[in-house]
Design a protein around this ligand. Structure first.
Ligand code: AP5
Length: 215
């Protein structure tokens, strides 16, 4: 099964994708993390992506599509995966559909998670991520057991540069302009399921699983 988790920055896609991956056994593919890894490793792609990433803008489609399709060609995605943060433009959505159709596959479900803007900004401003394994925490809503340390691997927690208020606001604007049109794209194709993300992590996870498992 190919599932897309869709929604604005900070709505909880990454948090929910990890939980859904544990429950379904599907791989979790996140373009944000692929870019962060390329930036950390200072690869050619990382150097190009950093310019856009730091400004809260989308990395151009040709880089993003090539990176995602390369990841999707790996064995762990042969029977499906959870896509988090991709697609984010109509061009990316069309490229994904074409690539899957060539392999006789399709996107099964697109789950659109929603929360009010004030909640998104407060989630982004309080987010801490693990440098080592990428696990995500929130200083109030999901605090780690020990401040500054990851519960999973003991790695150091840090705040993402693009979560600073000005860049976070920019990302929300970019989402509204360039990514929100995908809601209609998937609705017209009968793929879109909507869930309320303005609930506890556990409640959202339960509703997400029901949406994905429902026929
Ligand atoms: P990316 O990393 O994908 O950022 P994003 O989509 O903006 O999403 P976030 O990671 O900010 O939020 P999330 O929805 O995953 O929320 P999370 O679960 O962490 O992209 C970063 C950049 O990479 C982009 O700006 C762009 O430059 C580039 N990029 C990536 N993909 C691209 C693409 N396809 N095309 C072009 N460029 C691309 O939760 C947030 C916080 O809230 C956490 O602290 C968490 O603990 C907390 N939380 C989660 N759920 C709840 C809840 N229910 N209640 C309370 N707190 C909660």
């Amino acid at each position: 099964m190919y599932v897309i988790l869709f929604g604005a920055p900070g709505v909880g896609k990454g948090t929910q994708a990890v939980l859904l991956a544990e429950k379904t056994g599907l791989s979790h593919i996140t373009t944000g993390e692929l870019f962060r890894e390329a930036i950390r490793q200072e690869t050619e792609l990382g150097k190009q992506a950093k310019v856009y990433y730091d400004r809260g803008q989308l990395v151009p489609d040709h880089f993003t599509i090539a990176m995602l399709l390369e990841r999707l060609s790996k064995g762990d995605c042969a029977d499906g995966c959870i896509l988090d943060g991709f697609p984010r433009t109509l061009e990316q959505a069309a490229a994904l559909d074409e690539a899957l159709v060539r392999e006789g596959r399709v996107i099964d479900k697109v789950v659109y998670i929603q929360a009010p803007e004030g909640e998104l900004l407060s989630r982004l401003s309080g987010r801490w991520s693990c440098r080592q394994c990428g696990s995500v925490y929130h200083e109030r809503f999901q605090p780690p057991r020990e401040a500054g340390r990851c519960d999973q691997c003991g790695g150091e927690l840090y705040q993402r540069e693009d979560d600073k208020p000005e860049t976070a606001r920019r990302r929300l604007e970019v989402y509204a302009q360039q990514t929100a049109p995908l809601i209609d794209y998937y609705r017209e194709r009968g793929k879109l399921l909507e869930i309320d993300g303005d609930k506890s992590v556990e409640e959202v996870a339960e509703n997400l699983l029901a949406a994905v498992e429902g026929s």
